[in-house]
Design a binder for this molecule. Structure first.
Ligand code: ADP
Ligand code: FRU
Length: 305
């Protein structure tokens, strides 16, 4: 049973409509794109994809709209072998949608995101799931941070009554959501983005983990990815560790690089690797992802944990 326990990612799924451009457009211009494609996106959804591609049982939980895009999203989850049994369907709600401008010159991604009316997952929804079936639960900090805090408290309660500790992680990514600060001391692993850390006047990745570590709970680890410079992490056992990025020959697509890093790092931590080896693995997977469009190729690359 233990080995078949799933990794659950809780958060957003949306449609990414990706327009690949020759160069970044100027305002009020009329641009012919090189290509246009649909992808399943959203941080937690992307992270669940990476975990599945690396070969671990993966589940996504979030709310789902019932607009026409839902068929695309559900089919894509199924293609990746990601369980969505505990998702909550919301009637008369639109699937969130991002228009992404992907610049073929440098792989940069510019995101225009719209979420019209999709409600967030509640504690009541989360309380229906059987925690015994998971080995790890990862949360993306959504606007509903109070509710996410209660979900993490529920896992704390569960962990008090079991020998099999359910691992937890949370990703604080969007600086426009300062309410996510209440989640710093709620998980075993805290992923903070560069943009989130910069609000605290942290100018380097080592600064970031050193400064934000004190906000985490005792025994926790903090992890911070820093774009093309790689990532840093810190806990009490090994102090600060860093690793460089693994740049591909050409950077083609950085959409979801951070979510890929999170997925790769969780996968490696779940295999029992130490913090440094785990962020190194996360950077390798994210670097490989940046070298090609999308993430499906991750399944075929030889990455030694
Ligand atoms: P986000 O997608 O959230 O902005 P980052 O830009 O911090 O995330 O990137 C996350 C990870 O992806 C980095 O730690 C790095 O390992 C990898 N990465 C990002 N950009 C590049 C790049 N240009 N070359 C190589 N690796 C990259
Ligand atoms: C990438 C991503 C996209 C999505 C957007 C939502 O990190 O999850 O897939 O459109 O961010 O903010």
């Amino acid at each position: 049973m233990t080995s078949h326990r799933k990794t659950l990612c809780v958060g957003l799924v949306c449609v990414d409509i990706i327009n690949i451009v020759h160069h970044f457009p100027t305002e009020d211009s009329d641009t012919r794109c090189l290509d246009c494609l649909w992808q399943r996106g959203g941080n937690a959804s992307n992270t669940s994809s990476i975990i599945a591609l690396l070969g671990e049982p993966s589940e996504f939980m979030g709310t789902l709209g019932d607009s026409k895009e839902i068929h695309f999203l559900q089919e894509d989850f199924a293609n990746y072998g990601i369980c969505t049994d505990n998702c909550v369907g919301c009637r008369e709600c639109c699937c969130p949608l991002s228009i992404v401008i992907l610049n073929s010159l440098n792989g940069s991604r510019t995101i225009l995101h719209t979420n019209k009316n999709l409600p967030e997952l509640t504690l009541e929804d989360f309380s229906k799931i059987d925690l015994n079936t998971y080995k790890w639960i990862h949360f993306e900090a959504r606007p509903s941070c109070d509710e996410i805090k209660k979900m993490l408290q529920r896992i704390d309660e569960y962990n008090k009554g079991t020998d099999h500790i359910l691992h937890t992680s949370v990703e604080l990514e969007k600086p426009e959501r300062p309410q996510a600060n209440i989640l710093f001391d709620m998980a075993e692993y805290v992923f903070v983005s560069k943009q989130y850390a910069m609000q605290f006047s942290c100018n380097t990745m080592t600064d970031a983990v050193q400064c934000l570590f004190e906000k985490c709970r005792p025994g926790a680890s903090i992890i911070c990815a820093w774009g093309e410079l790689g990532a840093a992490a810190m806990n009490n056992q090994i102090g600060v560790v860093t690793c460089p990025a693994f740049p591909p020959e050409k950077v083609v697509d950085t959409l979801g690089a951070g979510d890929t890093f999170v997925g790769g790092t969780i996968y490696a931590l779940g295999k029992g690797l130490d913090l440094k080896k785990s962020i190194t693995f996360g950077c390798k997977v994210a670097g490989a992802k940046c070298g090609l469009m999308g993430n499906k190729h991750i399944k075929n690359i030889k990455l030694h944990v």
